[in-house]
Design a protein around this ligand. Structure first.
Ligand SMILES: Nc1ncnc2c1ncn2[C@@H]1O[C@H](COP(=O)(O)OP(=O)(O)OP(=O)(O)O)[C@@H](O)[C@H]1O
Length: 487
């Protein structure tokens, strides 16, 4: 008897939506981390998961009865170029559960071996990127940004060949589905209208069930995805997060952040910031994220055209109209979030100018994005007495901001500080810390830095005395881009 069961909902779709998995057991799997609270919220048996049968499953070696993993088919635009056949080349969907809040959540392994869609890849993942995905996705969840979650990380006991041999690992992640813009492109590229409609119906039922009753459900689906993505990218911008590889196969229909390959948090404020060597030209730089999201959503709209009207001529203006809502939605969420970051409760016509002027000063003075907002969330910054040292260069802007605060309804300074600290984190997974954590694990088998970084970054809004080193930006000599890129 196992204490583990999953539904196989995606496998109810026609069989060209996925490929069944052939498992490739690994040599000596070992559990690095199991996310107990997440497992519990999913109704999973933590003891079983951390035992031998759980380990066999989490490493992709052997499945409990009733779990029949599949690799999902999808396509995608990568760096502007369309690839009609991508698919899970190293990921396996195990199945789904309903969590404590009533939401369906899927469990997927990444790095568990070759699939029908692996092309020339080995189907494996290196330990470094698995640890990055674990820490950064859990930090994002703690920050309140919609994201896939990390359920477990397992070391395989085998090496994977990248530039050098590296320890292999598998991450188990959780998402409300793994349907991407690229999944729609897969069916659209094949002019498979039946498949496209079945996928759209599935996505509506899973993510936006209320639109099933709308007069034009497929248009409503498009509109909801556009709104969810506008909100998501606004959240990224407000936290200084750079996704790094916003291809259409990495945009989830659910509005969750997915694929933590070359991602990182910006330190010095600079909209041209990128972190990975795969994006030298800055296509997915911090400041380009809203326009890249809209680009990807335009590809989704194109894929959905056959479902939007009788013929393309009628469908195009309908899709354009829906896409036209992106900018307004993004701006509304971003500006509301920015107001909250500055402790403002009311809207004023020159708010945008106030925000722009802060960002300009930050850029000129090479200020750290996270630290600046956290320093603003203090009694000293708000009252003008004992202003944090970090804000020394912000004098004229601070005076303007204080004047704006003074014009608002009276609340106590400490209440304002508390509200601001709830949206301006003290701790984010800074890239130099992530890289140091990866080096310790890969070079020395030392996971203490992983545990420590995870613990700090999953309480991002709390002051954590003694943990100041985690809040400090990299010194120039410590600044790193990714040494262990995406795979
Ligand atoms: N080592 C590998 N072996 C086989 N396929 C791979 C490998 N690495 C990446 N791929 C495939 O290449 C494509 C693009 O990879 P990308 O890095 O965007 O995705 P990923 O990180 O593997 O997965 P996800 O987007 O699900 O997080 C995907 O189809 C992916 O499955």
């Amino acid at each position: 008897m196992t204490s583990f069961s999953l539904r196989q909902t995606y496998s109810q779709l026609p069989d060209h939506f996925y490929a069944s998995a052939v498992l490739t057991p690994v040599a000596a799997p070992r559990l690095i981390k199991l996310n107990g609270p997440l497992a519990q919220s999913l109704g999973l048996d933590v003891d079983w998961l951390s035992g031998p049968d759980g380990l066999a499953m989490l490493s992709g070696s052997c499945m409990p009865q009733g779990v029949q993993p599949v690799a999902l088919a999808y396509a995608g635009h990568q760096f502007g170029h369309f690839v009609p056949q991508l698919g899970d080349g190293r990921a396996l969907l195990l199945g789904d559960v309903t969590d404590a809040s009533g939401q369906v959540r899927e469990i997927q392994l990444k790095g568990s071996g070759r699939t029908a869609y692996s092309r020339r890849g080995d189907g494996r993942a290196a330990l470094g990127p698995v640890l990055r995905e674990y820490v950064v996705s859990e930090a994002m969840a703690a920050l309140g940004v919609p994201t896939t979650r990390a359920l477990a990380a397992v070391i395989t006991g085998e090496q994977v060949m990248r530039e050098t041999p590296l320890p292999g690992a598998v991450i188990a992640r959780v998402a409300s589905s793994h349907i991407r813009v690229g999944t729609f492109q897969f069916f659209a590229a094949r002019q498979d209208l039946t498949g496209l409609r079945a996928l759209a119906d599935f996505a509506i039922a899973r993510h936006y069930p209320d639109v099933a009753q709308a007069p034009a459900p497929y248009l409503a689906l498009l509109e909801r995805v556009i709104a969810a993505q506008a909100d998501l990218v606004a959240q990224w911008m407000l936290k200084g997060f750079i996704h790094g590889v916003m291809n259409t196969d990495n945009m989830a229909i659910s509005g969750e952040t997915i694929d933590y390959g070359p991602c990182a948090f910006m330190e010095q404020y600079d909209p041209t910031t990128v972190f990975s060597f795969i994006d030298e030209r800055g296509r997915y730089a911090y400041g380009n994220q809203p326009s890249m999201a809209l680009w990807d959503l335009t590809r989704l709209a194109e894929a959905l055209l056959p479902l939007l009207a009788e013929d393309e001529e009628q469908a195009v203006p309908v899709a354009q109209d829906a896409l036209g809502a992106f900018e307004g939605r993004f701006q509304a969420t971003y500006l509301a979030g920015f107001r909250a970051k500055l402790g403002l409760k009311t809207e004023q016509a020159d708010d945008t100018d106030l925000f722009r002027s802060l960002l300009e000063t930050m850029q000129e003075t090479q200020a750290d994005f996270t630290q600046t907002f956290r320093a603003l969330s203090s009694e000293g910054a708000i009252s003008g007495e004992n202003v944090p040292e970090l804000l020394a260069a912000f004098g004229p802007w601070l005076a303007r901001w204080r004047q704006r605060l003074a014009g608002e309804e009276e609340g106590t300074v400490s209440a304002r500080v508390a509200a601001m600290q709830k949206v301006n984190p003290a701790f984010i997974p800074r890239n130099h810390l992530v890289e140091a954590m990866i080096r310790a694990a890969v070079d020395e088998g030392d996971f203490s830095k992983f545990e420590a970084l995870l613990a700090v970054c999953t309480r991002p809004y709390d002051d954590q005395p003694g943990k100041e080193a985690y809040a400090r930006p990299a010194q120039p000599s410590e600044r790193v881009r990714h040494t262990f890129c995406g795979t």
